[in-house]
Design a protein around this ligand. Structure first.
Ligand code: BDR
Ligand code: CA
Length: 312
């Protein structure tokens, strides 16, 4: 069983990550924390609570975190996720009040009060909360099991020619998180651009025939339109749940262990993740970071469809 904290900014694909985490029996989603990213903090926090409500998982706590990057103004991704951050679906009113306490404090307290090596951090938004948590309580770095994040790309960008949205939004935070010595898996665009919600996949989601499957399909309709209009994609890449899929079954993707760093200088490469792929692959003792490269498409979508089916 993997005990995870999902630090997210829902977001259509963040919502799919929540559904996969809630619906998979090997994942224990102990809490959701939110960060300003795809939309403002208040909007993404509402969305997280609403998606949990939709997934019959309102018992899972939600803590709101940082409303903007460390040094830069927040530039939201309304072109992809709409004005609400989850445009295209009706969001149920959350029944559970927002939990008190800042996300960063909750992340720290949760990790420090758990057995060492038992909590995995899964960031699927800008890395602001995680960077601040590591500074406020440096002991969390050796205490977490690992960090598995969606962000970056070795050979590809989406928010600039070379930078991905989550990293480019808060590059200083990303650099801090990448440079801490915890085991870190970067599930970036190289991998997530293979996680396409094709019409065949979406008809399998529709065939589940529940309110939740219709909700997920509505998310995918909007996401498809955004990616067609804005990014020249035929089918939308469903980035964020790839992190959870890796935790459920690492064989769903192939990895390359390599040193990783983040460009923070203003200019055309701001927010680029730089992977050192020279030479032979280092061992886990020598290198604490790895990147995901190749997705087992069928295995991935089977997990998502199974999770939505299980939730009912
Ligand atoms: C990432 O950016 C956000 O818009 C998505 O939710 C995902 O986390 C992809 O670049
Ligand atoms: Ca996200």
């Amino acid at each position: 069983m993997q005990h995870i904290i999902l630090d997210c900014d829902p977001g259509h694909d963040d919502a799919m990550a929540i559904l996969l985490a809630v619906g998979n029996p090997d994942i224990d989603l102990i809490g959701v924390t939110t960060v300003g990213g795809n939309q403002s903090l208040d909007k993404v926090t509402y969305n997280a609570r609403s998606v949990l409500e939709m997934a019959h998982a309102a018992d899972i706590p939600v803590h709101a975190g940082c409303d903007r990057p460390l040094l830069r103004p927040l530039e939201v991704a309304a072109s992809i996720h709409g004005e609400s951050g989850l445009d295209g679906v009706a969001l149920p009113e959350p029944t559970r009040p927002l939990d008190a306490g800042h996300a960063v404090n909750w992340i720290i307290d949760t990790i420090m009060n758990s057995e060492p090596g038992t909590i995995t951090l899964v960031p699927t938004g800008p890395l602001t909360n995680i960077a601040i948590a590591a500074r406020m309580e440096p002991r969390i770095v050796e205490r977490v099991k690992e960090v598995v994040l969606m962000g970056g790309g070795v050979h590809v960008g989406n928010w600039s020619p070379v930078a991905e949205f989550n990293i480019k939004t808060d590059p200083e935070a990303a650099r801090m998180v990448f440079r801490e010595p915890w085991p870190l898996t970067m599930v970036g665009l190289d991998l997530t651009h293979q996680a396409l919600c094709t019409p065949q996949v979406q008809s399998r989601i529709d065939a589940i025939g529940t309110e939740l499957s219709a909700f997920a399909s509505g998310l995918m309709d909007f996401f498809r339109a955004s990616y067609r209009n804005d990014e020249d994609f035929v089918d939308p890449p469903v980035h964020d749940p790839c992190t959870i899929a890796y935790l459920i079954d690492p064989d769903v993707m192939t990895m390359r262990r390599c040193p990783l760093d983040v460009e923070t200088a203003d200019g055309p490469a701001l927010g680029m993740t730089v992977a050192d792929l020279r030479g032979s692959e280092p061992s886990a003792q020598d290198c604490h970071t790895q990147v995901a490269l190749k997705l087992d498409f069928d295995r991935f979508w089977n997990m998502i469809i199974d999770a939505i089916t299980r939730i009912g």
